[in-house]
Design a protein around this ligand. Sequence first.
Ligand code: AMP
Ligand code: ZN
Length: 487
Amino acid sequence: MEKLKIYNSLTQKKEIFKPITEGFVGMYVCGPTVYSNVHLGNVRTFMSFDMIYRYLKHIGYKVRYVRNITDAGHLTDDNSEDKISTKARLEKLEPMEIVQKYTVDFHKVLDKFNLLPPNIEPTATGHILEQIETIQKILDNGLAYVVNGSVYFDVLKYNETEHYGILSKRVIEDAIENTRALDGQSDKKNPQDFALWKKAEPEHIQRWNSPWSVGFPGWHLECTVMSTKYLGNQFDIHGGGMDLKFPHHECEIAQAKACNHVDPVNYWMHTNMLTLNGKKMSKSTGNHILPSEIYEGTSKFLSKPFSPSATRFFMMQAHYSSILDLSNDALLASEKGYNRLMEALQIVDYLEPSDTSDFNIQQWRKKCYDAMNDDFNTPVLIAHLFDAVKHINLIKDKKEKISKQDLELLSKTLKDFTFDVLGLENNAIKEDNQDILKGVIEMLIDMRAEAKANKNYALSDEIRDKLKELGVQLKDSREGTTFSIIN
Ligand code: AMP
Ligand code: ZN
C-alpha cells in the first residue's frame, strides 16, 4: 500500500506524512465566527476536514482534533469593529446571546451532515488570559509595540530575520500594497502590522482588562494561542479554507515564531471554495444557500429538496482542493449516484457466494486505500466504489462469481469507506425503518382491538401501557385507534 501523502501549502508539494509522535496526530482547524448562520460553503470546508479526520482515524492514528469557535476579536473588513459586537448592537442582544445562538445553529447543521465533533472546541473568550500572556512574550521579544493602549505586531522587524509571506508566497512589498487601501488608522507604524490587542472604543461591548488597556484580542492571535495550548508549540496539521491563508494563517505563523521561536505547523492544509452556479457563494450578493434550504427544498436555486447525505456525497465527489460548483443539475446527478451506491450496499449482504471469485478484491481494496493515501482523493475513491457496485450487480444477476471470504471483505471495505470514511448515511434504511415501525405499531393496535373484542382487557391494557412506556401514545375514537410518538 502507498504511504499517506499530503499536499502541504507551505512547501507547495505533496509530502509523505510523518507525524511528530508515531501513531498520534495533532490537527487544528479554524472554526466559524459565530455572528451569523453558516452557509453551505462553510459546511464544505468543515466537511472536508471531517473526512480527513475520519480517514486518519480509520488508518489507525489517534487524532486530537481541535476546532475553535471565534466568539470575539474578528474585525469587520474595514477593521473598525468586531463582527460579534456589531451584530449584538444591531440586534440589541448581549454578545454572548449572539454567540450562543449561532454556535447552537453551527452544531445542529454539522450534525445534520454527519460531521463528527472535534475533540476540543475552545473559544476565544475562554482564553483571554493566555492571549494576554502571548502578547507579553511577543513584546518581550521585541516584535510588537504599544500605541494608545493597542498592541501591534511589528511585521517589518519580524521580517528582518524571518520571512513574513512564507505561507502565502507574498512578497512583503505586495502585502504593504494590499493593506494600505484598507487601513485608515494612524496608530500602526506600518500598514501591514496587525493588531494583537485593540483598545475598546466606548461603544464596543466585548472588553477585558489587560496591562495595555480595556480592550479585546486580535483575531489571528486566538488561533496561535489555542492551537499551541492544546497541541504543543509544534504540531502536525493546521487547516482552514483557502481564503484564510492570508493574512490569517500568515499572521499565525509570525505570532507563533515570535513567541516560541519554532515553526508551529508541519503540514498546512487548505480546502477550496464552494461556488453557486459558477459564482462565489456570498451572503452580500444573495448568491448563497443555507444548509437548511437544501434539505427543506426552500432555495430558489433548487427544484427539490436534497438530503444531507446526498449533498455530502456531492461534496465528496470533488477533491477538497478543487473549486466545487453547486447547481441543481449537479445535485440531481449526484443524488442518482448516491442512490446507486446505497442500493448496492443494501444487496451486498444478500449475495450468494461461490467457490471462486471473478475479480480481485485485494487489488480493488488496495486501489481504494491508494486513492485516499494520495492526499485524500475522494473522487478517485468514489470511482473505485462504483467499480465494486458494478461487480455487485453482476454477481446479483449471476453473471459473475465471488467467494465467501472475498464477499465478506468486499462488504466490509465498501461499508468502511462509505460510512466511516466518507461519512455518508443510508437514508433509505432510515426511511425503511420508519415504515417498519409504523407497521409494527399498527399490528399491535389490531391485536389490542381483537383482545378487547374478546373481553381480554388485561391484554389490551398491557399493550396500551407498554407502548406508552416506549413513547407511543394510542388514541381511541369512534373511527378507530390512532397513534402518535410522544418523545
Ligand atoms: P468564517 O466563519 O468566515 O471564518 O468561515 C469559516 C470557514 O469557512 C473558513 O475556513 C473559510 O475559509 C470557509 N469558507 C468561507 N466561505 C467558503 C466557501 N464559499 N466555500 C468553502 N469554504 C468557505
Ligand atoms: Zn484561525
